[in-house]
Design a protein around this ligand. Structure first.
Ligand code: FAD
Length: 240
């Protein structure tokens, strides 16, 4: 069994409809090492005498003093996260997933980051730590959400795009209001139009498993090698 570590809540903010950001500082041990794209397993509420454990991608860039999570409130564990208050202590294990959704040490490829909903978390960590380190690499982020009000932390994306000309992003809404000036549709359906030619690119797909299965199928079907496709499936809906 993995050793449980302890962290303390510094702040919790509501950053979108049903999305909270929680910033933690390490307590025991006092420091943590992680790479952008890794996740932790958080010990949350107790149910039927058992602790409910759930995985959460780290949303902050590597920082030995602590980490941030961005969580969509959908059930018992995420409600536990949403109810956390400054000073509360939590147990967790990790970080996990080294080499799975983490950025390659060397890449000649253009980077295509694709997320639905809070799949933005590991991508946010990658953007914060890798944009400045790879000024010659082109980064594109495609983010699928439902409605305008579901967009959060867009200021972070705007600042990144301003500061790093090699980075651009597009938000695609599946249920936008008539006044939405941006892209519309299901991310998995508009994906091919958005990226154009698939070769010479490395892909990071995070969030809803249905989107990931479809986009991965498209990429593989067009000859993209598996080692160029990194996936972090948060959940798999009943029908994919
Ligand atoms: C590696 C990994 C990293 C993850 N990172 C994150 C993260 O950074 N942020 C985050 O919010 N979740 C993340 N998740 C999902 C998280 O582990 C939980 O599954 C989620 O919080 C739901 O747990 P729950 O007990 O609240 O609800 P449950 O009762 O377990 O789930 C209710 C239903 O909600 C749906 N669901 C689960 N997660 C989401 C979601 N993120 N958005 C919309 N619907 C969802 C599923 O259909 C699920 O059946 C991650 C999962 C994995 C495997």
């Amino acid at each position: 069994m993995a050793t449980a570590l302890t962290a303390r809540v510094i702040t919790k903010d509501d950053i979108g409809p049903d999305v909270v950001q929680v910033d933690f500082e390490m307590v025991d041990p006092p420091e943590i090492r992680y790479e952008a794209g890794q996740y932790i397993i958080l010990h949350t509420a107790e149910q039927n005498g058992k602790v409910v454990k759930r995985s959460y991608s780290i949303a902050s860039p590597p920082n030995s003093r602590g980490f941030s999570l961005c969580v969509k409130v959908v059930g018992v564990a995420s409600q536990f996260v949403s109810d956390l208050k400054s000073g509360d202590q939590v147990k967790f294990s990790g970080p996990w997933g080294m080499g799975k959704f983490t950025f390659p040490e060397k890449t000649e490829s253009e980077i295509v980051l694709v997320a639905t909903g809070t799949g933005f978390s590991p991508i946010n960590s990658i953007l914060h730590s890798k944009l400045a380190a790879h000024p010659e690499t082109k980064f594109l982020f495609l983010w699928g959400l439902k409605r305008e009000q579901d967009i959060y932390l867009q200021n972070v994306l705007d600042e990144a795009a301003k500061k790093h000309p090699h980075f651009s992003y597009r938000i695609i809404l599946s249920d936008a209001s008539p006044s939405w000036p941006g892209k519309r549709g299901m991310l998995s359906k508009v994906f091919s139009d958005e990226i154009g030619a698939v070769d010479g690119k490395e892909y990071f797909l995070a969030g809803n498993g249905a989107m990931i299965v479809r986009v991965e199928g498209y990429l593989k079907g067009h000859g993209v090698p598996v080692e160029k496709i990194h996936k972090e499936i948060f959940f798999l809906p009943a029908e994919v």
